[in-house]
Design a protein around this ligand. Structure first.
Ligand code: UD1
Ligand code: UDP
Length: 360
């Protein structure tokens, strides 16, 4: 029997495929869920899977490799006999190494590929994600662009697969989980400030570069504003390596938290004054009227121009004075209220499956 094979390997992929998995269960459609294990830390993987009440994956890999090339090779080798049959559709989401590896394998195995969140472009060739998304878009059969802008990027590149505009499934995730976050999350009881900035950053071009990471830390510390940092394992490792971790830990305006489950992170976003991040998903999430927080983006470019055009996200130059000034300015600014998101109203999973079911 034909079916969907859904492959996820990192925190944002789990969050964004969750609404699709739930819809498949509702519609009683046959599927297989594979975890490719790029994120092996419990807090970035099983904690999120459990939080979202997803089924236990049919197959889970724990990646041993740490370098991008060996990550891709290890996933390809280990999933070679896991991607179902010739008629199955392999579903991937986003732009991680896991997505690239799965898609390369799928095309070699002659499987049809559905790429969710297709057509995003930062036009910044320093970013591994930009390499991955371009390659995956060109070997996908079904491309689900979240917005008209991402659709246009795909038309401009003349991709060979069929393109559809679907919104972003992260909007479905917020709609589905915010009510549970309100009921179940107790994280705000552990937050030591009544008003705070929420910060999280992990991008390679920021945290692997000592000068840039130092600028970010100096910017946060010198602003002297209460800040909660959800610390990604990559960032923790690099802060230690550059002897910056103690500076943060010893600062009374800063509280460091481990990576949070999705319900707790939603509560932290809901409760904050604004967000300082280099995350992609967080820029999208805050265009939702349900969250609607300003996001200061620690990046030179964004593949989410819709969030910038809406006034939710602003790019902040990676100089410590600029980061400090941006934090201070935003702390005193009026809070915003978004009415509609460019990424849809939370019905993307249904739209995507309506298209794909016709091809099963
Ligand atoms: C990856 C994605 C990025 C995405 C992010 C989501 C790529 C190229 N990058 O970045 O697009 O935004 O996930 O969080 O695919 N580490 C751990 N435990 C883990 C995972 C990572 O300690 O569970 C540490 C390891 O030292 C590892 C480093 O973080 O070498 C980088 O991990 P990796 O998965 O390669 O990239 P991320 O920075 O997590
Ligand atoms: N997130 C989370 N816990 C955290 C930090 C982030 O659940 O401690 C969620 C966040 O709400 C968003 C997703 O993880 O949905 C973003 O993941 P990340 O920033 O790791 O990746 P990116 O979106 O940049 O690829």
């Amino acid at each position: 029997m034909k079916r969907f094979v859904i492959v996820a390997g990192t925190r944002p992929e789990i969050i964004k495929v969750a609404p699709i998995i739930r819809k498949l269960i509702d519609r009683k459609i046959n599927f297989k869920f594979i975890y490719s294990g790029q994120h092996y830390d419990h807090r970035l993987s099983t904690q999120i899977i459990n939080d979202l009440e997803l089924p236990i994956p049919d197959f889970s890999l724990k990646l041993k490799s740490k370098t991008p090339a060996s990550q891709v090779a290890e996933i390809m080798t280990n999933l070679a006999d896991k991607l179902g049959n010739k008629d199955d559709i392999v579903l991937v989401q986003g732009d991680t190494n896991s997505v690239l590896a799965t898609s390369l394998l799928a095309v070699k195995l002659k499987r049809k590929i559905a790429h969710i969140e297709a057509g995003l472009r930062s036009f910044d060739w320093r970013m591994p994600e930009e390499h991955n998304r371009r390659m995956v878009d060109h070997i996908s059969d079904f491309l689900f662009a979240p917005t008209r802008n991402s659709y246009q990027n795909l038309l401009d590149e003349n991709v060979s697969g069929k393109i559809y505009i679907s919104g972003n499934t992260v909007m479905d995730a917020i709609k589905e989980h915010l009510p549970f976050s309100k009921k179940k999350s107790t994280i705000l009881q552990n937050v030591k400030f009544s008003e705070y900035v929420l910060a999280t950053f992990h991008r390679a071009e920021n945290v692997d570069d000592e000068k840039v990471l130092n600028n970010i830390i100096k910017g946060i510390i010198s602003a002297k504003i209460p800040t909660i940092i959800s610390l990604h394992p990559r960032t923790r490792k690099m802060l230690k390596k550059f002897s910056l971790l103690k500076k943060l830990e010893n600062n009374k305006n800063i509280q460091i938290l481990n990576p949070q489950g999705y319900l707790d992170f939603l509560a932290l976003m809901k409760g904050c004054q604004f967000i300082l991040t280099d995350s992609g998903g967080i820029q999208e999430e805050n265009t939702s009227p349900l969250l609607s927080k300003r996001v200061l983006v620690l990046r030179k470019s964004s593949e989410r121009p819709e969030a910038i055009d809406l006034g939710v996200a602003s790019l902040i130059p990676l100089k410590y004075q600029k980061i400090r000034e941006a934090i201070l300015r935003e702390w005193d600014a009026k809070r915003m209220k978004i009415k509609t998101s460019p990424y849809g109203s939370g019905n993307s999973a249904g739209k995507i499956l309506n298209v794909l079911q016709k091809h099963l």
